[in-house]
Design a protein around this ligand. Sequence first.
Ligand SMILES: NC(=O)C1=CN([C@@H]2O[C@H](COP(=O)(O)OP(=O)(O)OC[C@H]3O[C@@H](n4cnc5c(N)ncnc54)[C@H](O)[C@@H]3O)[C@@H](O)[C@H]2O)[C@@H](O)CC1
Ligand SMILES: Nc1ncnc2c1ncn2[C@@H]1O[C@H](COP(=O)(O)OP(=O)(O)O)[C@@H](O)[C@H]1O
Ligand SMILES: [K+]
Length: 507
Amino acid sequence: MRYILKAYEMKMYDGDTIERIGIPSMVLMERAALSVIESLSERNLMPQKVLVVAGMGNNGGDGLAVGRLLAEKGAEVAFYMAGNPDKMTEETRRQLFILKNLGFSIQSKLELAEYDMVVDALFGIGLSRNVEGEYLTLIREMNRLGKKGAFLLSLDIPSGVCADTGRILGEAVQANLTVTFAYAKRGHFLYPGREYTGKLMVKDIGITESSFLKGRPGAFCYEKEDLHRLLPKRKPWGNKGTFGKVLLVAGSYDMCGACVLCGKSILRAGAGMVKIITPSCNRIILQETFPEAMLYTFEDKPHMEKVKNSLDWADVVVAGPGIGMGNGTKELMEYLLKDKRCPMVIDADGLNLLAAHQDLFELAAERGEGKLVITPHPGELLRLMKMDMEVYKEDREKLIFTLAKGLHCVVAAKDAVTLVAENGREEIYMNTSGNDGMATAGSGDALAGIIGGLLAQGMDCFFGACLGVYLHGLAGEEAAGKKGRYGMTALDLVKELPFVMTFYGPN
Ligand SMILES: NC(=O)C1=CN([C@@H]2O[C@H](COP(=O)(O)OP(=O)(O)OC[C@H]3O[C@@H](n4cnc5c(N)ncnc54)[C@H](O)[C@@H]3O)[C@@H](O)[C@H]2O)[C@@H](O)CC1
Ligand SMILES: Nc1ncnc2c1ncn2[C@@H]1O[C@H](COP(=O)(O)OP(=O)(O)O)[C@@H](O)[C@H]1O
Ligand SMILES: [K+]
């Protein structure tokens, strides 16, 4: 698990480390610069001819120190500084003083020579508005040198990327490598900033969790090493009941695939049994393609007595994939929602039904804490919130928290970076696994199934949803590794899930 910070959080922990703990800021800066040299040597990158482009803030100070250390290692280093020297921070002023004492000079005009590395130290997490004028020209110049073959190394964050949102404030450096200090920032993972970050390396510089006294970071993500402890432990003595029974309400006349993709994901995630409620037109297909599943198929509308029996049997309900919005689906959802005993995952048309019928929305909200996970994609989220795309782009996180509060539930809001929030919990999970190959029909059905399968094994709604999202992305990475991002399908992803869980898991 690692934290993903906003700029103000980083500044708060930075400040605490310097003021309360007592590590001088110049020590942190030297460690930051040393960690950059270490990162380069880990990647076998030792440049000969380097240009450092530094701003007046502390990011610029980092850049001057990195340049000095590269020169110590034998590189020919040119320095250029932009901005008003009156605004130079104390630490950066000190770095400049050191450079001058060592005989280095700062170019008064940017020399357009050939460089094999450009160190981008123009802006770090202090960037607060759009870049203009000379800054804009410099960012373009760095990118031009990058296109000509120079390696673009950004310190902390590519200049021009907003550390909190990943937005591009005017224009940004298209880094090959970003070395960031202490913790990753949101802008490294949120698009479009993620595309500008290149390879990300996070380096320890002495700022630690002991500085979290005034508040913990608001976002975290998982890493592969975490799976060992996160996956539900298998019980060697267990039987199929031990690992959980999932009732899947999915599919309709023209949509059987959702039953298969979601149902298989439930079992592949480790649940013991799955029973599918679906129209009878899907029965033969399911029996042939998915013989592990039990079925209750119905002709016109389901008999509620049969639904009740299935609910009594289930430990978890997954409802919505491919059910459509017609013929009895509202009544079915209403019946499922009224039975509040077991946790429920609602996806796809299940969510569209909640959006279309206020009484269903209210029933869902009445299930109470720890009983509901919803997995909307952006369209479903906006339908549920009755908002338009502009609001989503403006403040997606706020929307997600509002929805979690309104439904007293866990929201796994799918997108290229899926976020998971829970009513009453301040921190948000920010997913870093996956790729654009997952933008393929049925991939969302797989996610609902994986989460259902994890809940069936006893996981709590929030952590089950976070883990499900992470595993889903990892399985997507494996599928892309084998089939490529163009041609991989949702079923390819589902097939990789057991590998991901076994390879990184505890068994
Ligand atoms: N001791 C410390 O505080 C440490 C700080 N570190 C570095 O310090 C950086 C943060 O330093 P700062 O807070 O000085 O911020 P930056 O170095 O990111 O620069 C911010 C400066 O740029 C100005 N600015 C912001 N947006 C602008 C725009 N669009 N156009 C023109 N000027 C603009 C601000 O007014 C401010 O003067 C981190 O990213 C990291 O690289 C590291 O050295 C680690 C230790
Ligand atoms: N560019 C991307 N990077 C990572 N994950 C993605 C990307 N695009 C889509 N995904 C993931 O793929 C899934 C798509 O789900 P969804 O839109 O519900 O598809 P469907 O309705 O076809 O099942 C989500 O889990 C989403 O997070
Ligand atoms: K930078």
